[in-house]
Design a protein around this ligand. Structure first.
Ligand code: PHB
Length: 357
């Protein structure tokens, strides 16, 4: 039998009823102190027919925040808020993992405790502007993390992973994509360190591998995935040899027997210029399930699965506008178009009010 988007699949020990995954989507609608609220419960519950929901990227610590109104996963209040979401999704027969996030330099003192400087592998200011509660403000030059601070960062990931499991998630996804902290260590445009965490590909991968090891120790390898974006230029990112870097990363991650590798196969937010990259080759370097993401529709998703290029496909924007995306794909129903003006922040408008069939 050939598989398609509607066939079940297991990602580690997470058993999915279909291969249509809801991609992580930042929506900036959490309550005070990063606590998920009722409107967030409704939003995720509406989308529980996905084979798996990957939550919006969720800061692992106060220093991990980089945008307004993000939920967190490091206080008891936040865990209790997320528990309502995992309960609602599970009651509808869905599966949900939490995406663990530290933004690194993509932040601003006004979003951080005591107006601290954002932290990064190296003190390199990103081009562009931060989204703050006061509107768009130029990025600042971040502070390079000291070697002695790295174990604390790894510990924050482990603690947040424990909080996620306490909140009832089916697993966690380590966010190592899109120009945030772990990606800033991976790629040499942002990592100019000359210590064991900078320089060679092995050194630049070290933090991700230490974080993965620590998270796997907490949740189990069969409940942990990693997301990467080898060529995504978003957040002023570049690397001199992404194929070599990410082939190495995929090889090294294979040693953990992870639930999955989730790959953003291009540039988000409209693309930008990037180097050619062989994702089929990357896939061969990883020993577990592969989730493909970015720009897929039903046809191209099914083709990727039929060819064996992916085990599952993650959809972002289509899930914003179509809570019943799985059913719509199933019967080839027309899709609602997403309203970009309500992607980030606001109320139920453009969040929980998209119609189902
Ligand atoms: C965003 O807010 O634009 C954003 C957040 C997390 C990502 C990518 C983009 O991984």
């Amino acid at each position: 039998m050939t598989s398609d988007l509607f066939s079940p699949v297991s990602l580690g020990s997470i058993n999915l009823k279909n291969r249509i995954i809801m991609a992580p989507l930042t929506r900036n609608r959490a309550g005070e102190h990063g606590v998920p609220q009722d409107i967030n419960v409704k939003y995720y519950e509406q989308r529980a027919s996905a084979g798996l929901i990957v939550t919006e990227a969720t800061p692992i610590s106060a220093m991990g925040h980089g945008y307004p109104a993000l939920p967190g996963i490091y206080t008891e209040e936040q865990v209790a808020g997320w528990k309502k979401i995992t309960d609602a999704v599970h009651a509808k027969g869905g599966k949900i993992v939490l995406q663990l996030w530290h933004v690194g330099r993509i932040s601003h003192p006004s979003l951080l405790p005591n107006n601290e400087l954002p932290v990064a592998p190296s003190a390199i200011k990103p081009a562009g502007q931060a989204f703050t509660y006061q509107g768009l403000v130029d990025y600042v030059t971040p502070r390079a993390l000291g070697l002695e601070e790295i174990p604390g960062i790894v510990g924050e990931y482990a603690y947040a992973a424990k909080c996620a499991m306490d909140a009832g998630f089916d697993g966690v996804e380590i966010h190592a994509a899109n120009g945030y902290l772990l990606d800033q260590f991976l790629r040499d445009g942002t990592n100019k360190r000359n210590d064991p965490y900078g320089g060679s590909i092995e050194n630049r991968s070290r933090l991700l591998l230490e974080v993965t090891s620590a998270v796997v120790d907490v949740v189990g390898s069969d409940k942990a995935g990693v997301r990467i974006s080898p060529v995504n230029p978003f957040n002023d990112m570049k690397d001199s040899n992404p194929q070599a870097l990410f082939n190495y990363v995929a090889d090294a991650l294979s040693k953990f027997n992870l639930a999955y590798l989730h790959v953003v196969e291009g540039g988000i937010h409209g693309g930008g210029d990037f180097e050619p990259f062989d994702f089929v080759a990357l896939r061969k370097h990883f020993n577990g399930p592969y989730i493909a993401n970015l720009g897929y529709d039903k046809t191209t998703g099914n083709t990727a699965i039929a060819k064996g290029d992916a085990d599952a496909v993650a959809y972002g924007v289509p899930f914003i506008a179509n809570p019943d995306l799985v059913q719509r794909y199933k019967i080839d129903a027309p899709l609602n178009q997403a309203d970009e003006s309500t992607f980030y922040g606001g109320t139920e408008k453009g969040y929980t009010d998209y119609p189902t069939l």
